[in-house]
Design a protein. Structure first.
Length: 184
């Protein structure tokens, strides 16, 4: 039986919802799964797991500080396998140049942070998943005032972001988890 850790930093529940979907997929595949806050995650014990899925809300274009702290404390070459996941309140990667530039500016460092942490420590990186998540009121106000100032874009954005994470996001993250676990 594979042992899976799902470590999550979630402020609004969006990232936890994604982490719970990963846990359910791993259980459906017959794995033993621990779901915990990254604040409780002991980096020295991560090698006890076949894979650690580490999730974060996106903060200022990167993973949140508690996840940065955990990644910095990862042991080197400990036989660890890691997969990252993030929820963000910007548009996702897009064919639309405007939306793509917003995504890169406000969520673009997340994947690179996971990749670099793994590369620097000799950890096998099994992939990355991201999806939109509804922002809290303070973040929504910041986005309106700073990022999406055009009225028409704002109306379209609100219609979209307030639906996430949705059923399609949950199906997509379950497929991501299945693929990552399948690499073991």
């Amino acid at each position: 039986m594979k042992r899976i850790l799902v470590g999550v930093f979630s402020e609004t529940g969006n990232t936890m919802k994604i982490g719970e979907a990963i846990r359910e997929e791993a259980k459906d595949l017959g794995s033993s799964v621990d779901l915990e806050s990254v604040d409780s995650t002991d980096p020295a014990k991560l090698s006890d797991y076949d894979v650690a899925f580490i999730g974060s809300a996106c903060h200022s274009s990167n993973v949140a500080q508690p996840v940065l702290d955990l990644l910095a404390k990862l042991p080197e070459k400990a036989g660890l396998r890691l997969a990252g996941f993030v929820t963000h309140s910007t548009w996702g990667p897009s064919d639309n140049a405007h939306r793509q530039s917003i995504h890169e500016r406000w969520a673009g460092l997340c994947q690179a942070t996971f990749e670099k942490a793994c590369a620097d420590k000799g950890i096998d990186f099994l992939g990355y998943f991201s999806c939109m998540g509804i922002p809290n009121p303070q973040i929504e106000a910041f986005i309106r005032d700073t990022i999406i100032t055009d009225d028409a874009d704002w109306i379209e954005y609100l219609k979209e972001v307030r639906q996430h994470p949705n059923d399609q996001d949950l199906r997509n993250v379950r497929a991501f988890a299945r693929q990552a676990i399948g690499k073991l």
